[in-house]
Design a protein around this ligand. Structure first.
Ligand code: SF4
Length: 182
């Protein structure tokens, strides 16, 4: 029987959620027995080569490239899982959402005390660069998301259990402390 095919990507995230995937330690050997990886920074496959069963998304959308990649994942993957707070709610990058975009650019490229090498005050504007969005969007505001794995990052055991449940068709169970904070 062919293995389920998994793809992963990092959008506006810090790769911490991917690190948590790798943090399943030696179970990674079991994982590669269970699934086949397609497009993913884990194996450095940069383009989809076939339709996938499960797409794992880290990070929300802060620019046009993120939106393009997320829509491609929705097209290519039967199930999409938003992994981590950035994918689910925008996370840390969304802290800029209350600040006008021009103010963010000015702070990043002109006014910040750490900006030394930009004497002409140029804000990057090459047409090749992805367009920065007005705010950082959680994934579900761009495409349909099937499952959410909370955490920053979700702990390795949770990712492992969720993946095994998805692959084997079992119910995905989130422990109480992962979804409630009382
Ligand atoms: S949820 Fe946390 S660990 Fe994951 S990408 Fe965002 S900041 Fe990084």
């Amino acid at each position: 029987m062919s293995k389920p095919i998994v793809a992963t990507t990092s959008l506006a995230g810090c790769f911490g959620c991917h690190m948590s995937v790798l943090d399943i330690d030696d179970r990674i050997l079991e994982l590669i027995e269970l699934v086949e990886f397609n497009k993913s920074p884990i194996n450095d496959i940069k383009k989809f080569t076939k339709k996938c069963d499960i797409g794992i998304i880290e990070g929300g959308c802060c620019n046009s490239e993120n939106v393009h990649v997320l829509k491609e994942f929705r097209e290519q993957c039967r199930i999409l899982v938003a992994v981590g707070e950035c994918a689910i709610m925008g996370g840390l990058p969304a802290m800029r959402n209350g600040i006008p975009l021009q103010e963010c650019f000015d702070e990043a490229y002109i006014n910040s005390p750490t900006v030394k090498a930009n004497e002409k005050g140029i804000i990057p504007n090459d047409p090749e660069l992805p367009m920065i969005l007005d705010k950082v969007y959680p994934c579900h505001e761009i495409v349909k998301i099937d499952y959410y794995l909370p955490g920053c990052p979700p702990r390795a055991d949770l990712i492992w259990e969720a993946l095994v449940a998805l692959v084997t068709g079992d119910e995905m169970k989130l422990p109480y402390e992962v979804v409630k904070f009382d």
